[in-house]
Design a protein around this ligand. Sequence first.
Ligand SMILES: [Zn+2]
Ligand SMILES: [Zn+2]
Length: 461
Amino acid sequence: MEATGEYATAKIAVWWDMKDCPIPEDYEAGQVRSSLEAAFKEQGYSGPVSITAYGDQTQTPDHILKGLSSTGVSVAHTKSESTCHFMYEDLVKWRRLNPPPATNTMMIISDEVGDKFTWDLVRLQQRTLYKLFLAYSVKPEYMVLSVSEQWCWKKLLSSSPPAAAGVQQGGAKFYCKSCSYDSGYLKKFKKHLSSYSHAREEFVNPTDHKLVRYTEDWGRNYKATPEFATAKIHVWWDLSGCPIPEGYDARQVRPSIEAAVKELGYYGPVSITAYRDHKHTPLQALSSTGVDVAHTVSDVTYSLMFNDMLEWHRNNPPQTAALIMVISDNVEIMARRLVKLLQENNYNFFLAYSFRPYKMSYLLTSAEWLWESILSGEERLLQNCSSSSGSGDGQSTSRFYCRLCVGFITISIDKFRAHLSNEEHAQEENEIREHGEYHFVNERLCQLAEYDGDHLPRATI
Ligand SMILES: [Zn+2]
Ligand SMILES: [Zn+2]
């Protein structure tokens, strides 16, 4: 996609793993910068580019070090196994130095982004989105991160216009990450890398195989920022997986949720949609406080829920501050798709569940609750419920959707019940249960989520 507005001239910072993406033998190191800049310009980005090349620089020939530094590419020495660790540390530092409103762009050149960088970076990106470019020798199979542009490393290098090759540029530095050393001179840097104190430091310091997870200790419940204090909140509630616990009343749901979010400073309007097979739901109580009702069957609940979320997204453009709340023990089923929405839009995310997940998800929450604790809040007793908006004759302000029959919506409980028991609906439901493509979609999503749960790196709480 072509760059627009302030992105077109904003800074671009590049972190480059020279081991994963080396300079080809017949290629001049001095051309790397101009190749990158040419590729960026082609997409409409012409802001200043800073580049740091990471790797074991004791293995890098002098002519490459010279070629890089003379074109303003900084060079950082790391032990080979620690390269990702230091690249990521520098990237996070850069984000801190370039706070929002962030129009700057990050670029990572590495084969490890899909694996090592993802968990923490995707959480950072959900909090503050920077444009992200990616280049790789091996295309990542699995990307949770939203990427604006991506290139194959070798193809990217071939985008250099010959005339622009090797333009001299100052400002490059040499870093030794093992010793926190830096210098503006290649000679001094080389001398440092062969010094006794450097060798001693590399021996003594442990190798940092792992990336620091900066978001791991982020709290679970944040006070609302002014921007989100009055933002609207939509609640997608899996009523089948997180039912109303015994001893509570459906009329408590709305006031309880409203009270829970208000405690954190969120005063925006709350809308709620409850998903399940509603043939046997006591609808009067649920709808009397304006909770919308969506009929589904369990195989397709999450596909339909996410479709509704996309519909909601269309009405809430990317810059709108808004809150997505999900009440579910299975949010991971739609995590891959949800995380895209959360990265690419100004949405924050609330989650309530009946059981606290044993692992921290890459979905970044602004608040989390145990479902029952929302309902049991002291101030949220039934007698304090907001007044019923139902008129008692089967009408209410709630809307009743049959999400299995396209377009069915009514505000009448009686019509809704009649629909759920009519022949046409029964046929539709049977078809979906037996052969529906949705079934496949949901099953596939479940399997993907299960696989991710086992394979994606996630922090243990
Ligand atoms: Zn050193
Ligand atoms: Zn129906």
